[in-house]
Ligand binder design. Structure first.
Ligand code: ADP
Length: 835
């Protein structure tokens, strides 16, 4: 392709070179017979005065009003000549006192009787030689132009050779103006970014209109030459305004007052002149001086701002436009001077059109620079955003790793310590650590959402399980604060839906947790229901899931409502300063809901409470209704007993692979009661060595290890075929919600996020260690009296249990209902209420 490009360039040069040589170097041999154009002799004319006398007159010349000119048609006229041509307003042409041609403007109602300058042709015959030619000019504007004879095409060809360039430049300006306007408008619509070129192109288009409406060729493309002849005057008034807007934007509103004043002068000039014109008090032709005066004021003001910028060193950013403006200013001034002094021939706007073209070209260079600048900064922003994402992912990993150690060790303190004070400190560490962890998750989510790389991953999920999880994770918090917690699930909700389960859970949790957080007394009521989705006509199985969360909390001020979904924005800070939060939750919730195609609405009365309603469209997988969710709730309450059968598997053997020694210590510590035999490895190759040599019930494999990472280690073990079905659980610190599917797709059996929570770890091991190796742990407190410990604070209940477990076989439950339920079925020897 490289050679094709080179050859193409050569071919183009050859072809166009040939054209140029043909035009300029070879002899002139184009047949132009029939292209005849002669000027009537200039010295053979007479003007007929009012009293009928003839006075010699030189054509072209100056004369105003209604005039009559007379001459003798030359004896020697070309035999092929067939037309005479005169320029003027209304006129009548007589040959030997016989009317040969006339051009009379018809009066029209709206703006009165106006004649416009144009060319009028009359037929010429060979026998006309030597006859008397009389031309009656009406409303002459001051100049009587040259008169021609020849063939019609020859006369027009002559005019084209004189004024064709102006027409050509005018068409070019119009075309470029339209292209620039359309492209800047489209750019604005697509990228929501204003390009200064938009106003520039309006100015240039008006300039193009000025050239075209002023051109002598206008009689070829206008139906009403009277109106068209007014247009140049109107354009002169309009033209400066878009340039003022353009310059103002370029100069970043530094001289906005001065430029606005210039704009106001232009508008006033326009309005006054138009009123005078419409009311019949002044012809537009007379408005030129006022309009030109305004244009000069504009040129002076704009020049002043540019010079000022130049002296302040601020012109750099629009240097090309400044150069273009100087070109345009010179051209416009030249044009005005030409109009005032060059009354000895046809007035051409060539100078002005060249100025406009120059300005447009300079401004186009500026715009290209601007676009390149936008492109570059977008690129920079993209790189910065990638770097930010990378940084956040790394930071999250770096923070999670030590946090894993802190929380793991802390978990062991909570379990082993008998000193309630120490335990309280450890619990505080756990709470702060968990907050830090959720903050890291939020920031990761946020950065992904803002980078546009957040993906909604629809999966089939069981509604009951999601609602149950949400209930599990929120109810105890409400109980701990002693507020009523009502969780209503409409029985008709389909039991299986398709949607992003993790995100549905996340948004529900966020809004419910907020309701609990910002409510001190009263209730938090959650109503979950569904409606068929009528808007989803492509899919009959669509439903909209509604989650309505009402609370009797502190409410939100009306004026704070719009800040509610802004990131890092916390409201009512004074009142809420004791409540942990970052102001990220609702922002993320709103974005997630939007990504899922749903909505979030808020109603709130300050001091009385708030209602958040989330709607999320989902697809029905299994339409069977979920039924009485109360059953699930009951099940949940019964399961609120803190005691669970603990994992005890002295015959089981697992391998823990992590490059961080402290993480391994944490895991060993956490699992010490289970008596599981734990082998360790601090790298991928060591792990492979161990697996090759021994068989494990489960492998916990860290993801981020120097050298061979977890994924590569797994792949190598699979390639070597040494796993023999051993479950491999990914252990990772940079985990975010939704990563599980990713790890499973990479071949891991399951996934455990750091910092490791003992509950989760135990749950996973119970799932993957063969059942026959999981033994029943003989409780040491067999034979002791039984005691039910209940209350609202799970941690304090746990404390009490540990203090009493040497003397009682304790069962703990959280909440009144759970206590009642327990007592319906059991009769403990003692009941302890922890307040
Ligand atoms: P935060 O982490 O501060 O809770 P959110 O983005 O979840 O952040 O909420 C933003 C702010 O909105 C909160 O700081 C709080 O002032 C207000 N807010 C959210 N939910 C409620 C509610 N149910 N009742 C009263 N105020 C609320």
């Amino acid at each position: 392709m490289k050679y094709i490009k080179v050859v193409l360039s050569i071919m183009i040069v050859v072809v166009f070179g040939y054209i140029i040589i043909g035009e300029f170097a070879f002899p002139n041999n184009t047949p132009r017979n029939g292209f005849l154009c002669y000027q009537f002799p200039t010295d053979n004319w007479y003007i007929i005065t009012d009293d009928g006398k003839k006075e010699p007159f030189e054509l072209p010349g100056k004369a105003e009003g209604d005039i009559i000119l007379e001459t003798t048609i030359p004896e020697e006229i070309d035999k092929d000549a067939n037309a005479m041509c005169f320029r003027g307003m209304d006129m009548q042409i007589y040959v030997d006192d016989k009317l040969r041609e006339e051009y009379i403007t018809q009066d029209y109602e709206l703006l009165g009787d106006r004649s416009a300058e144009c060319y009028v042709m009359a037929s010429l015959y060979p026998e006309d030689a030597g006859k008397t030619l009389r031309v009656y000019y009406e409303y002459n504007s001051g100049v009587v132009y040259e008169a021609y004879y020849g063939t019609r095409i020859g006369i027009w060809a002559h005019f084209f050779s004189l004024y064709g360039a102006e027409l050509f430049v005018g068409i070019m300006i119009m075309a470029l103006g339209i292209i620039c306007y359309v492209s800047s408008t489209v750019y604005r619509l697509i990228y929501k970014q204003y390009l200064e070129m938009q106003h520039l192109s309006i100015g240039v288009l008006l300039g193009g209109c000025w050239v075209m409406s002023n051109s002598i060729f206008r009689q070829f493309y206008t139906r009403n030459i009277s109106v068209m002849s007014d247009i140049p005057f109107l354009m002169v008034m309009l033209m400066p305004i878009p340039f003022i807007v353009f310059i103002d934007s370029l100069q970043e509103q530094r001289y906005t007052k001065l430029l606005t004043a210039a704009g106001i002068i232009d508008i006033l000039d326009f309005v006054v002149l138009i009123v005078l014109f419409i009311s019949g008090n002044m012809a537009l032709t007379r408005s030129f001086n006022a309009a030109a005066g305004c244009a000069v004021i504009n040129i002076v003001i704009i020049s002043y701002t540019i010079i000022k910028d130049a002296s302040r060193g601020l012109m750099e950013s629009y240097i090309y436009v400044a150069v273009g403006f100087i070109v345009l200013g010179i051209a416009a001034s030249g044009q005005i001077i030409a109009y005032i002094y060059a009354h000895n021939g046809v007035f051409s706007g060539f100078l002005m059109s060249l100025g406009l073209l120059g300005f447009l070209i300079c401004s186009a260079i500026h715009t290209i620079k601007q676009l390149i600048g936008i492109r570059l900064s977008a690129n920079e922003a993209m790189h910065a955003s990638i770097a930010k994402d990378q940084f956040l992912a790394n930071m999250s990993h770096e923070i999670r790793t030590p946090l894993n150690g802190i929380l793991g060790m802390d978990e062991m303190i909570i379990r082993d310590s008998r000193d309630s004070k120490v335990k309280k400190y450890a619990l505080d560490i756990r709470s702060a650590g968990n907050t830090l962890l959720s903050l890291i998750n939020d920031i990761l989510d946020l950065s992904k959402i803002e980078a546009g790389s957040f993906e909604i991953i629809p999966v089939e999920y069981s509604t009951a399980s999601v609602f149950n999880d949400v209930l599990n994770m929120t109810r105890h918090k409400a109980i701990a604060k002693d507020i009523d917690f009502i969780f209503n699930v409409a029985p008709e909700i389909p039991c299986e839906l398709l949607g992003d389960e993790i995100r549905v859970r996340q948004v529900m949790l966020n809004v419910i947790n907020n309701a609990i957080k910002y409510t001190d007394k009263g209730k938090v009521k959650i109503s979950i229901f569904a409606r068929s989705d009528r808007s989803a006509d492509t899919d009959e199985n669509g439903i909209v899931l509604y989650i309505k969360v009402e609370d009797t909390g502190r409410g939100i001020r009306k004026e704070d409502m719009e800040k509610l979904f802004t990131s890092f924005q916390r409201l009512d800070e004074k009142k809420n300063r004791n409540i942990e939060g970052t102001g990220l939750g609702l922002h993320i919730t709103q974005k997630l809901v939007e990504l899922m195609g749903g909505t979030i609405d808020v109603e709130s009365i300050y001091g009385e409470g708030s209602t958040f309603t989330i709607s999320i469209p989902q697809i029905v997988v299994k339409a069977d209704p979920i039924g009485d969710f109360g059953n699930a709730v009951d099940k949940f309450i019964n399961s609120m007993e803190i005691d669970k059968t603990s994992l005890y598997a002295p015959d089981a053997k697992i391998l823990v692979v992590d490059d961080n020694e402290m993480n391994i210590d944490v895991l060993i510590g956490l699992l010490s009661d289970t008596r599981i035999r734990i082998a360790t490895a601090d790298s991928g190759p060591v792990c492979i060595e161990r697996v090759r040599a021994d068989k494990y019930d489960c492998i916990l494999l860290d993801q981020m290890m120097p050298g061979m990472n977890g994924e590569e280690t797994l792949k190598n073990m699979k390639d070597m075929d040494i796993l023999h079905g051993t479950p491999v659980i990914a252990l990772t610190a940079d985990a975010i919600m939704g990563a599980k599917e990713g790890y499973i797709s990479k071949g891991f059996t399951d996934y455990l996020s750091k910092p490791i929570k003992y509950d989760k770890l135990e749950e996973l091991l119970k799932k993957y260690i063969p059942e026959e190796k999981q033994l029943e742990l003989k409780p040491q407190n067999e034979g002791l009296p039984t005691m039910l410990i209940w209350g609202t604070d799970a941690d304090r209940i746990r404390n009490a249990k540990e203090n009493l477990s040497d003397h009682y076989k304790c069962t703990c439950v959280v909440g009144t209902k759970a206590m009642e339920k327990y007592l319906e079925k059991h009769s403990p020897d003692a009941v302890l209420h922890i307040i």
